[in-house]
Design a protein around this ligand. Sequence first.
Ligand code: GLN
Length: 538
Amino acid sequence: MSAAKYIFVTGGVTSSLGKGIISASLGKLLQARGFKVTIQKFDPYINIDPGTLNPYEHGECYVTNDGAETDLDLGHYERFLNVPTSRANNITTGRIYNNVITKERQGEYLGKTVQVVPHITDEIKRNLFLLGESGEYDFVITEIGGSIGDIESLPFVEAVRQVKWELGSNNALVIHLTLIPYLKAAKELKTKPTQHSVKELLSAGIQPDILVCRTEYPLPMEIRKKLALFCNVHLNSVIEAIDADTIYDVPILMKKEKLDERVLAKLKVHTKEEPDLEQWKDFLGKLKNPIEEVTIGLVGKYVSLPDAYKSIAESFVHAGSQNDCRVNLKWISSEDIDKETVASVLNGLDGVLVAPGFGERGMEGKIEAIRFVRENKIPFFGICLGMQCAVIEFARNVLGLDASSTELTPKTRNPVIDLMEEQKKITAKGGTMRLGAYACKLKKGSKTNNIYGESMIQERHRHRYEFNNKYLELMDEAGMKAVGINPDSNLVEIVELKDHPWFIGVQFHPELKSTVMNPHPLFVKFVEAAMQFKKFKV
Ligand code: GLN
């Protein structure tokens, strides 16, 4: 294919209908037919990026290889497509305005009144076309955050209208995702909210080409006909999206409903290629038919909102399937853990993961949990703050130091985790961390080296604090080995414990690279270690 074709996914009736999963599933189906696909998300909020948002409010912040802090939907795109995203894949209103205002100060619009239309919409369009114009993709799927009718998404919707008009129906189409609620009392599925939502889209000048309808029950023919007639879409473009057991079922369900075929037909793309979903189905088959079962404790600060640890949870789904093992996650608030409670809170677990996080709240509980799993030889996996807590725990309880991280105890006598000198002067908040992919050299013969099967890896980071190399030798001699080092900065990226069946802490975020097709080896082996532990525990 020559020029990229553009598919827009909007949402109506309510938020949280799963536009990200629908976009990722369509992307998967097109990719499985041999097309090159990328997915981008436009978020209507004014933050420049979600990096400064509280995970309670917005779920996890997903980091790309090039160090962009992005919406968690990009995680779904990568997990489904197995292709990395980048800064260009997530744009916010804040970024658009920031660009326009910067240009205004530089005199680019000299003499002109800078306005939402055309300046903001033009900047949206410029960003919208960036990926398509790279020549790398046949299809660019663009998910518009929020719901139709929101004040803040209006400029994005207007940009979509213009693009649809400019490119024509062979090159751009709009999929509208809505909800068909079921009224228990009337025992009926209701189409009215969808009709209203389509009217709202029409009033913005956009006729949706395809309706994807979230529903708890199958859509009967008369409902489909009604939707088609009242929303001006072809009957075969009313697509049912019924609730699924797992998000990974959705590509299969969308294929059954022929979503990809409809898209290809409308965009006049002819292909004989049928989607090759063999590997995907193998993954699903293993996921749904586990032979074994383990329970892993996820110790974190934001456990009441599991979206805060989305990528970790999904990594366990991938790793579980690979191991033919159901992984039950037990979400544990680190604030519930202290010396007295730790044994009962962690009782019965086959492995413990201590999660990433910011700020001192709950950190002592994490440290206590790590002491318990270290002493009781329970498989342990520490990610980012989890790794830092493992270092503090070891310094305190094995080396006998009065130690801490300067994030937890700014005036600690032994800052085993500390800011690097050049970071100490930075006061800005957004985008000031070590972000994105960095190289890491693995020590030959270490457990981690064997797990990866290679000696140089690239993993993604998002943190400010680092292992303090002044303590490297002391730790090493006592059995905490630095087995992964950044070759450029000498920063410690991975620690492992000697004399423990599975105790690994990583400064980076392996969960951001686990996909259905490529489960992350650290998660795969951690689950395997938990299965082993379960087998032999008394
Ligand atoms: N708060 C720690 C730091 O900034 C860890 C961050 C994280 O876990 N992502 O270094």
